[in-house]
Write a protein that binds this ligand. Structure first.
Ligand code: PPS
Length: 501
């Protein structure tokens, strides 16, 4: 591609899941795909699971770009259709030769075409482990390759299954760790890698590779098929499925391991049926593991190697010490700020936690200065608050937020930020009804809105989407200030987020 074409090309940063797809396209883990799919392929794929030319392919690999960016391209002119794709920091990683643009939804369009890597492509934590299929295949020994996709930490039952399968097949072990996004149990990718590395000396001689497999919601079978294809690209000949996953072939054999249990007589993991019930201990469920971590009780050694338990505890400290976002939402005058302040004061007094209070009015004076009450600006406001709160949570602090946050989507984004930062998220709906808020009308805003002096007042002529996912709903109509605050503190105490002594 000539330099001046690249120099003049517009730059765009795709969404994280698209970036993960991009990285797999560039590394050739998605071969035979060489770029983002166009409409003919996507339509055919939806219809029969095949690309337009008949090649079987499990999932749509597409890119959506704002029309404002696409407007700079001319697909008919090879000199004017290059789009630079940049990472989250804005550094260019690939050039897309856009041969097709198609409609998707308002304000956006799909962009299809081959992608070509720019720069050396090394970035991110654990970059030395992010190797391409060709690099990995070049280092693997001849013979069978047993693949394991470790999207959760490996505990003794999985380690025993792996050891058995490797022994039976006389295969070399290749562990693929998906690092595209937080895993199914919300563990940060780096933490997952550390957990897997911590189990390394419990595994046969192995190769460990990190790869940005995005977690796709929805269709489990197709997502599993994609994983199988990627594993095959890395040279896997036999893929060990986790006992609860659905996998199907793609040029390799899929092994569904036997369910193992711990035999209390000799401390070995063996087939469930070979152990008398009174000596048998089943593997902990994800919920039970989560519960140990939440409470801060040590994962039992019969189940989890201590080194793995240590990494897991570092990544998911007990709730008493884990970062937390308490997010109050409700109408103006519902009592959010008062409750938030009361909760913040109580936490400060206890000295157990560091607290950051992100009060609606104060945020709008600093973090969100200049924003209006338009729908777009309210979204920006809530996302800013959610982002800052999540960062507080990432470092183990408690962030208490109390904006109106009238829209579900922005609240969901705030929850997602917290989850990605490894912090807890408690949504408190201050559900005091409009009539009561209007009766209080401390700031006189409702009166002004009714008189038509201010427009877009939440509850009057701008919607409040009541949450359906709140951990707690509190109507302050008949509660004293103290009662309302106590309700929240009690919830936090009962759920292990603070020690209410
Ligand atoms: S939002 O929707 O979450 O971005 O709003 P927020 O940042 O919490 O700001 C709400 C405070 O702004 C004052 N105010 C308005 N609220 C709602 N609608 C309109 N049009 C409006 N104009 C100004 C109001 O005092 C809110 O404060 P609280 O503390 O909620 O009463």
């Amino acid at each position: 591609m000539p330099d001046e074409v690249l120099r003049d090309a517009p730059t765009y940063t795709p969404r994280p899941s698209e970036l993960a797809d991009l990285e797999l396209l560039l590394s050739e883990a998605y071969r035979p795909l060489t770029g983002f799919l166009g409409l003919a392929d996507l339509t055919s794929l939806r219809r029969n699971g095949r690309l337009a030319d008949g090649t079987a392919w499990p999932v749509p690999v597409s890119l959506e770009v704002p029309l404002a960016v696409l407007g700079h391209l001319d697909v008919a002119d090879p000199g004017k259709r290059v789009l630079i794709l940049a990472d989250l920091e804005g550094a260019p990683i690939a050039a897309l030769d856009t041969v097709e643009v198609y409609p998707t939804r308002e304000g956006f369009g799909g962009a299809a075409g081959r992608v070509k890597r720019l720069g050396d492509g090394s970035h991110g934590a654990f970059r030395r482990m992010r190797r391409t299929p060709a690099e990995v295949r070049g280092t693997l020994p001849q013979g069978r390759i047993l693949g394991v996709i470790a999207d959760r930490p490996l505990h003794r039952p999985q380690l025993a299954q792996i050891a058995r399968a490797a022994r039976t097949l006389a295969a070399h072990l290749l562990v693929l760790v998906p690092v595209g996004s937080p895993g199914p149990d919300g563990l940060a990718p780096e933490a997952l890698v550390r957990c897997v590395l911590a189990a390394r000396d419990r595994m046969p001689d192995c190769t460990i590779v990190a790869l940005p497999l995005p977690h796709r919601g929805g269709d489990d079978i197709r997502a599993a098929m994609l994983r199988t294809r990627v594993a095959a690209a890395y040279g896997v000949t036999h893929l060990l499925a986790s006992s609860d996953s659905m996998l199907s072939g793609g040029g390799l054999r899929v092994l569904v391991p036997r369910e193992l249990a711990y035999d209390g007589r000799d401390g070995q993991w063996r087939s469930l049926d070979d152990i008398p019930p009174k000596h048998r201990r089943l593997p902990l469920t994800f919920g039970e593991i989560e519960d140990h971590l939440d409470r801060g009780t040590i994962l039992p050694e019969w189940h989890t190697p201590p080194a793995v338990a240590r990494e897991l505890t570092r990544a998911r400290p007990p709730r008493r010490q884990r970062g937390l976002v308490v997010f109050f939402t409700g109408l103006s005058g519902s009592g959010k700020s008062t409750m938030a302040t009361g909760v913040a004061d109580a936490l400060q007094e206890s000295g157990e936690r560091t607290v950051t209070l992100l009060d609606g009015d104060i945020v709008r004076r600093h973090l969100s200065a200049g924003l209006t009450f338009s729908a777009a600006d309210r979204d920006t406001n809530i996302k800013r608050i959610g982002w800052v709160a999540a960062e507080v949570g990432r470092h183990g602090g408690v962030a208490i937020c109390c904006p109106i946050a009238p829209y579900h989507e922005a609240r969901a984004a705030a929850r997602e930020f917290a989850r990605n930062a490894g912090a807890g998220f408690v949504l408190v709906h201050v559900s005091t009804p409009l009539e009561e808020c209007e009766r209080r009308d401390r700031k006189g805003l409702y009166a002004k809105a009714r008189a038509g002096l201010i427009k877009g007042m939440t509850g009057i002529d701008d919607p409040y989407e009541a949450p359906t996912d709140a951990e707690l709903a509190i109507d302050t109509t008949d509660l004293t200030y103290g009662e309302a605050v106590t309700t929240v503190l009690r919830y936090l105490g009962n759920n292990g987020w603070l020690d209410l002594r």
